[in-house]
Design a protein around this ligand. Structure first.
Ligand SMILES: [Zn+2]
Length: 216
């Protein structure tokens, strides 16, 4: 099976569905991550939050840990557009990779690039029958809408380990959000989602469209 995860930034996918992707790769499935920006940014006062080199290095390391192929596109980090450019960039890659499942952001996320990545992916997946939106994460995930977890995946202990390792590969972000707290929060959410379905750890998704099949 081929699984495609689309994110605005290097680290979004790892946080939200890194466990599923790691487990999929360990089970012989083909996993690809498309990230729409190089994820370099400055803070409003001009301080550098993350350089391009830093983001790409950390992102590649994280993808290797998960066992995923990574492609990084050149849309601006803070302003990933929702329009023909981003939709067609995804159209071409979806046509080439032919994923069985596509995962993307949740469009009610408060980060404009996350929202637009979600909308562009949904548009590019207009003929695709298995599309899921992954759960948003603090700080940009706080929203006036409620995420409705509909589909759960129980992550294996090895998958959890790889997800944490992948998160820690993003050292510049790990530092920004307060070292331990960021990773602890992701683990805690996995534990909470796992508890909801009687598993040790889980990730959950909102369903855009899901074709039930007896075999893939
Ligand atoms: Zn992001």
């Amino acid at each position: 099976m081929r699984i495609l995860a689309v994110g605005a930034h290097l680290d979004d996918i790892e946080i939200s569905c890194g466990g599923l992707l790691a487990d999929a790769a360990m089970n012989g499935h083909e996993v690809k991550m498309i990230v729409l920006s190089d994820s370099a940014y400055t803070i409003y006062d001009g301080r550098v939050g993350r350089t391009r080199e830093e983001a790409l290095r950390e992102g590649r390391q994280a993808a290797d840990i998960l066992g995923a192929e990574l492609e990084v596109l050149d849309f601006p980090t803070k302003d990933v557009p929702f329009g023909s450019q981003s939709i067609e960039a995804l159209d071409a890659r979806i046509a080439a990779f032919k994923p069985h499942i596509v995962l993307t952001h949740w469009p009610y996320d408060t980060h404009p690039s996350h929202r637009n990545t979600a909308l562009a992916t949904l548009a590019a997946c207009r003929y695709h029958n298995n599309v899921l939106m992954y759960e948003p994460m603090m700080p940009s995930g706080r929203s006036y809408h409620g995420f409705r977890g509909q589909l759960y995946y129980a992550v294996s202990p090895e998958g959890v380990k790889k997800k944490i390792e992948a998160l820690k590969a993003h050292r510049s972000q790990y530092k920004k959000y307060g070292e331990k707290v960021w990773v602890d929060a992701v683990i805690a959410r996995g534990t909470h989602r796992g508890f909801e379905i009687g598993a040790e750890n889980a990730e959950c998704f909102e369903v855009v469209r899901w074709q039930l099949r007896l075999r893939w």
